[in-house]
Design a protein around this ligand. Sequence first.
Ligand SMILES: Nc1ncnc2c1ncn2[C@@H]1O[C@H](COP(=O)(O)OP(=O)(O)OP(=O)(O)O)[C@@H](O)[C@H]1O
Ligand SMILES: [Mg+2]
Length: 244
Amino acid sequence: MLEIKHLEVEVNNRKILKDINLTIKKGEVHALFGPNGIGKTSLLNTIMGLSGYKITKGEIIFKGKKINDLSIDERARLGIGMLFQRPPVVRGVKMRQMVALASGKTLKDEHIEALAKELQMDEFLSRDVNLGFSGGEVKRAEVLQLLAQSPDLALLDEPESGVDIENISILGYALNRLLQKDLPIMERKRSALIITHTGHILKYVVADVGHIMLNGRIICTGHPEEILQDIKKFGYKECELCHR
Ligand SMILES: Nc1ncnc2c1ncn2[C@@H]1O[C@H](COP(=O)(O)OP(=O)(O)OP(=O)(O)O)[C@@H](O)[C@H]1O
Ligand SMILES: [Mg+2]
């Protein structure tokens, strides 16, 4: 699904990602851990093609095609979708319009309403996107747009941050449906890369592989739960020593 080779990225003339190598197969869910400000969001923004993230080396290959130079909308059309850590307010655009657009205008009104109901967002369809939404409501709105888009690769930037326990389970249920978790892994056609600090979302959406990012590189890959336990037990400082 996704192959990143020797990726180097500069933001504001500062090298943030130095040598990122990552392979996500079809049907796999990967978790990405790392301390604040290390470049996790920058990696997702670079995969999605947001401006300001300059690739100075390396390749991003999606479904066998190099996408380094594609625009955001071209990448979205190819099947990449993103749940933002801090999505903007979009004044003058209603949630209903945004969800319809995210689906490529394929969803009929009754489908949009059914999706919104699943995320307890039905009363938000007539509101401006994210305007006055609480932290948890913003995340549910993001998942709603993602479900409408149904991307083959979902980039999820801290989907559970600021979300209460009951709402995490609503998000988890919806994301599991998106990721076809009810099917055997060989039959799943969608993949995800989830950034999480706490791992709470992984109690609902089971990840297959975990990674730690430090110093612009992915320095450790393994079982997500084991990695999370090690981070809790030893901290990122120990990761640095272990890596050396
Ligand atoms: N557009 C930008 N302009 C200037 N600096 C940026 C920009 N984007 C990212 N950075 C800087 O790059 C570094 C990495 O930021 P990034 O948001 O990728 O971190 P993160 O690992 O997602 O952190 P967190 O866990 O706090 O979300 C930070 O020092 C950040 O200030
Ligand atoms: Mg971030």
